[in-house]
Design a protein around this ligand. Sequence first.
Ligand code: NAD
Length: 391
Amino acid sequence: YLRRGALAAARSPRLLSSTRLAPSYNTTYSAGMKIVAVLYKGGSAATEEPRLLGTIENQLGIRSWLEEQGHEFIVTDDKEGPDSVFQKNIADAEVLITTPFHPAYVTKDIIDKAKNLKICITAGVGSDHVDLNAAVERKIQVLEVSGSNVVSVAEHVIMSILLLVRNFVPAHEMIERGDWQVSEVARNAFDLEGKVVGTIGAGRIGYRVLQRLVPFNTKELIYYDYAALPEDAAKAVGARRVEDLKDFVSQCDVVTVNCPLHEGTRGLVNAELLKSFKKGAWLVNTARGAICDKDAVAAALKSGQLSGYAGDVWNVQPAPVDHVWRTMKNPLGGGNGMVPHYSGTTLDAQARYAAGTKSILENYLKSQEQEPQNIIIGLEGYATKAYGQRK
Ligand code: NAD
């Protein structure tokens, strides 16, 4: 399956350090440039665990490498409002490094302010926190470390499906409380075997989810994606494509969302679509919070239209303390598998996306061609078909 090449490339420093020259991606850069990185705060965990590379403390492991080359490297987690370190420094930064886990929202206003900005690098996968259309207009390149955490997320999806279907969270909470009432948790626990599981988006993550579901002997695996899987790839996992979204969700016992957030997917799973879900279906979303309507999901869970909702992505991050997804429950008091955004930032994933970020930077600094699968926005506009169907 062709897309596997992306993962191999993301994992292989040799492949990532391409030395081929491509005039279209040559960029003249000023020596002593300002590079801003907005990362999440690691606190004592980051000082105790140096493999937490994606934190403001450990700085992707690139500070001395950049400073030896004479560049200024500003690293912060302070990202909101005009007086934040991010917004103050973006005015004359040439390179911006962000992470989906603590997203610096690069709106059109920020892009207008960032007169010197030439390249945005996402340390991870998913660049929806950048206004991609505004980046196209300004010819700002947007790159991400494609493939770097797709296995990490696919594993989290499988875990989340199982914890919802088997009613795991309330069972564990019961044990911590000191209770023991098997019927209370068994009344809403099922087997995954024999169920229909469908993925919205069958790209790197969606396909890996399908692959990992094969041994569970589901009734059927189906997918919804405007890009059809290559025939042999679909056959290898026994997945059937359904072209109409309502028709697709009406067939699923479990729906997992694995597509990027863009104009065509914002609010895709809304009150109207949720009516077409099978009553009592389970929904897992590790793609982006805003693909699912926050209040519609909470209402569907409360009414029992959904039996469970799990994921790690939120419409705003960090999620406010009173965000309804933190505490929403189904009528039996379970069905919530929400966690902070960490499925794609396991220590294994951090090693890969830190290496990939360095490699993208190195290519930029040496005016070398970037690995094609990492380019979301190139100098000529969208370089990927994954962020929506456009001409
Ligand atoms: P990918 O580009 O390999 O695959 C995305 C797939 O979604 C493509 O096949 C594309 O055609 C499809 N798609 C796009 N719009 C669609 C639509 N409207 N309906 C149906 N399918 C559509 O990307 P990937 O590596 O599989 O990652 C997918 C997304 O997962 C990322 O964009 C990111 O938002 C999210 N992600 C989350 C985490 C995390 O930590 N939670 C980590 C990595 C990625």
